[in-house]
Ligand binder design. Structure first.
Ligand code: HAM
Length: 425
């Protein structure tokens, strides 16, 4: 028999593991966001992790960094080009069109949560597998819906205890005003002494140049024409209704006329949540309206609006703010058995406790009292149930309150009620 070669593996570069105890924070943030979305009437949608490459090329836009450089694209065994989803909006639109969800009551309101993949240069807060919770509201061009989506994102952050973030908002106009503005901006940019690459960008995606972080480019573009000053009357009114409603809701925001998003499909309202405790990767979530996307993907000409909230960066932001760790205890009750017969009995008792909805675990194998009590501690348990020969004889368990350092003998048939009451269930 050949001996197996010993190798050890690491997760792929830029791909985080979420291991205990910090996985508790991950679940907490993701599930709190999803819960908030469901409170506002968004239904869960679970989508494929990979799709036809053309969906993202057409939906997200060929000139974006996401499509041109960051996609995980490969040919499957049938030689079809598929791509690990870099974002969620295009997939939701595809599914809505494919399943005729837009033929019923509008807006269609969907929420999703899960991993997305971007081949970016990994650094703190920038991963190649990232986690988002998103919503999409499709089919109605109503500024009240824009405000709903933005206020929902704001409630998501607030409900996990985040405070030190800023909501930046602008309008990117639509087909009635953006083409003329784009031309104006391009003319302005092409008059500047830009380097070759930036010039090229000005030709294919001039708005992206406004997002350039280099000081010299910022200086040159300080007087560039800005979309917000060139909105059509209709887009302006739409934007003012959104900001007016946000004011009424008490959602704080700042208007950032230079806000540029990394994806091409946005029109009208556009927003980003920024946290200054995160260094360069400060965007904790963002979104906007995308009026032409559905038609672009072969569906009806319906509008939509949505957001994607970054779960990873929200966790980092919570850490930066020093918001206390969430409860990462594995169980409330931990069984400690002295001897084989007691361990078998505890196996049956923990089953009953779990059947009644209590969180219970126990020590396995032949561990001494000290080691098993350590296990109770590590699991974050509030109570230890100690059973040995004496307890088996009297059909009682010694229940130790691990915080109060008290102990009480409780008969087996009263255990569930006793613990449920103590735990406030
Ligand atoms: P996005 O701005 O590309 O929008 O991504 C949303 C959020 O995902 C970002 O604000 C950030 O927190 C997080 N994120 C993005 N890339 C990374 C990364 N490499 N590492 C860690 N976190 C990251 C979208 O994806 C749009 N689909 C949102 C949307 C929905 N717009 C309309 N509907």
């Amino acid at each position: 028999m050949s001996q197996a070669k010993k190798t050890s593996f690491s997760a792929p570069k830029g791909v985080p593991d979420y291991v205990p105890p910090s996985s508790a924070a991950f679940l907490h943030v993701r599930d709190t966001f999803s819960h908030q979305a469901r409170l506002a009437g968004y239904e869960h949608i679970e989508l494929p992790i990979f799709e036809d490459t053309a969906l993202f090329a057409r939906g997200v836009g060929e000139s974006t960094d996401v499509v041109s450089k960051e996609m995980y694209t490969f040919a499957d065994k049938g030689d079809r080009s598929v791509t690990l989803r870099p974002e969620g909006t295009a997939g939701v639109m595809r599914a809505v069109i494919e399943h005729n969800l837009d033929r019923g009551q509008l807006p269609v309101k969907m929420t999703y949560a899960g991993p997305f993949f971007r081949y970016e240069r990994p650094q703190a807060g920038r991963y190649r597998q990232l986690q988002q919770v998103g919503v999409e509201a499709i089919g109605v061009d109503d500024p009240v819906l824009d405000a709903e989506v933005i206020a929902l994102a704001d409630r998501c952050y607030k409900s996990v205890g985040l405070t030190g973030y800023r909501l930046e908002i602008t309008s990117l106009g639509d087909h009635s005003c953006r083409p003329a503005y784009r031309q104006k901006l391009q003319d302005f940019l092409l008059d500047l002494p830009l380097d070759e690459q930036t010039r090229h960008r000005a030709q294919i995606n001039p708005l992206r140049v406004l997002d350039d972080k280099r000081a010299e480019v910022r200086e040159m573009t300080a007087d560039a024409p800005l979309m917000l000053d060139h909105l059509s009357a209709e887009c302006r009114e739409h934007f003012e209704t959104v900001t007016g409603l946000l004011d009424e809701m008490g959602v704080d925001y700042v208007i950032n006329k230079r806000l540029v998003r990394g994806l091409d499909y946005y029109t009208k309202t556009c927003f980003e949540f920024v946290h200054d405790g995160l260094g360069a990767q400060s965007g904790i979530g963002g979104g906007g309206r995308y009026d032409g996307l559905m038609a672009q993907l072969g569906g009806q000409d319906l509008s939509g609006i949505g957001f994607g909230l970054g779960v990873d960066r929200t966790i980092l932001a919570l850490e930066a703010e020093g918001v206390g760790p969430v409860d990462s205890s594995r169980c409330d009750i931990y069984g400690v058995a002295m001897g084989d017969a007691a361990r078998i009995k505890l196996g049956a008792i923990t089953h009953v406790l779990r059947t009644h909805g209590l969180r219970a675990d126990m020590s396995f194998g032949q561990r001494g009292l000290k080691g098993a009590m350590k296990g109770a501690d590590r699991a974050g348990a509030k109570f230890a149930l100690v059973i040995g020969d004496r307890e088996l004889e009297t059909s009682t368990a010694a229940v130790k309150d691990l915080a109060a350092h008290t102990q009480e003998d409780v008969s087996f048939d009263r255990l569930t009620d006793y613990l449920a009451t103590k735990l406030g269930r």
